[in-house]
Design a protein around this ligand. Structure first.
Ligand code: FAD
Length: 383
């Protein structure tokens, strides 16, 4: 028997506490709130904020987003129906996308979801980091911030790819050094509205698409080893990335909007546990796919639905905590293992100059494989 009564008697207590108010955390809060549960979201930063992200989202998430009350078109998202790939030497191929997607800045998307969650009555605390989580014998959680301690029956980790929380939970991947970093700019310039591009260069690749306000998002993943060869990001882009003529064209003919690009390091694509010390992980906290496969956000959104389903069953006392955890592990693996495998298989093809040149030579001979590979990186619509 779970001590729901204790929770109801304590005003700092909730059915669910979600750590991290990014895309996954905010949508999960909306889903669970709509199912009638009390939810608190604690977010380290303040809204609105820019994030390193390619900002292309697969259309598979549209039915679920709309069901939760959010339609990206209302925020001016650009519809994307064509995909272009180029190798580091500038060979390129373009195809129509079967499912397609849309492009919307994280600045706008996360802020919209924050406003939607607030308007529905979700409790949200921003500008506050969670410092510690503990699970007690009475089957409840304590979640600490610097100022306060909160209680809940369920804790959901939606804090992204890497956080101090991972260290506290003793997660294996945390101590492993990684070789990738991510960089993002917004530019004023020319780019077709319906086109998303993946431009390769030696040591990484770069996504390009236009977002809602007409700016071009360029976002790339690069290895530390390559970055170290250059004095700074500007030199890296002017000398190294610009060996790809498509990127050279952007850097020469577009105007950067940010004073400095956004940079994140320690990007880890290793295997993570879906449930860690009874905390259910969603979004990047559960596992991160190579951005090359383009759909980390769709995975993050899908995982919120899978998690909300199991949490709802548990809080309605239809299943035990043990069942909730094992079911969530199973549905997560079933939904994403194949996609993660595809990402791991494709990554070596596009991380190096010669491999991307070879892959493009093959695509040029057999152009029909390109839309098939793009389709494999998109999932079925999430209702
Ligand atoms: C270079 C690059 C390009 C990408 N391009 C694409 C793309 O084009 N399309 C796509 O679908 N995906 C892309 N992705 C992946 C995508 O960005 C992620 O999958 C997505 O952001 C995951 O969302 P999330 O909600 O799990 O995490 P986030 O959006 O990272 O949210 C986590 C939140 O938790 C907060 N937080 C962290 N620690 C704490 C704490 N202790 N207490 C409270 N809050 C905390 C953070 O401030 C943050 O707001 C890309 C990733 C990279 C690196």
């Amino acid at each position: 028997m779970y001590l729901f009564l204790i929770v109801l008697m304590n005003k700092n207590s909730f059915d669910v506490i979600i750590i991290g108010g990014g895309l996954a955390g905010l949508l999960c809060s909306i889903d669970l709130h709509k199912r009638g549960f009390s939810v608190l979201v604690i977010e380290k930063k303040s809204y609105p904020l820019h994030k390193v992200c390619g900002e292309y989202i697969s259309n598979e998430v549209l039915p679920y987003l709309k069901r939760l009350g959010y339609n990206p078109s209302d925020s001016g998202a650009k519809e994307i129906s064509r995909f272009m790939i180029s190798s580091s030497n500038g060979a390129s191929e373009t195809c129509e996308m079967e499912m397609g997607g849309f492009s919307l800045s994280r600045y706008k998307l996360d802020h919209d979801l924050f406003e939607l969650a607030s308007s529905l009555g979700v409790e949200l605390i921003s500008n506050t980091a969670v410092t510690e989580i503990s699970f007690n014998d009475d089957e409840s959680f304590e979640v600490k911030t610097v100022e306060k301690t909160y209680g809940s029956n369920v804790v959901i980790g939606a804090y992204g790819k890497r956080s101090n929380i991972d260290k506290g939970l003793g997660r294996d991947f945390f101590s492993k050094r990684t070789s990738y970093l991510g960089v993002k700019h917004h530019f004023k310039g020319e780019h077709e509205d319906d086109l998303v591009c993946l431009h390769n260069f030696d040591g990484g690749y770069c996504g390009v698409s236009k977002v809602e306000n007409g700016l071009i998002n360029i976002s790339y993943l690069i290895t530390n080893d390559v970055l170290k060869r250059y004095k700074n990001i500007n030199e890296l882009e002017q000398v190294h990335l610009s060996k790809n003529p498509f990127l050279k064209n952007i850097f020469e003919n577009s105007t950067p909007v940010f004073e400095k690009p956004l940079v994140i390091s320690q990007i880890n694509f290793g295997i993570k546990q879906t449930v860690e010390k009874h905390v259910l992980m969603i979004g990047d906290a559960a596992g991160m796919i190579h951005p090359l496969c383009g759909n980390g956000m769709a995975m993050a959104i899908h995982s919120t639905k899978l998690c909300s389903n199991q949490v709802s069953e548990f809080l309605s006392q239809k299943i035990s905590r043990k069942e909730m955890e094992s079911r969530y592990r199973n549905v997560w693996d079933k939904a994403f293992k194949r996609r993660l495998k595809l990402g791991n298989l494709m990554q070596p093809l596009f991380g190096k100059g010669w491999t991307s040149n070879t892959a493009l030579r093959v695509i040029k001979i057999l152009p029909s494989i390109l839309p098939k590979v793009v389709s494999l990186s998109h999932g079925a619509p999430i209702q």
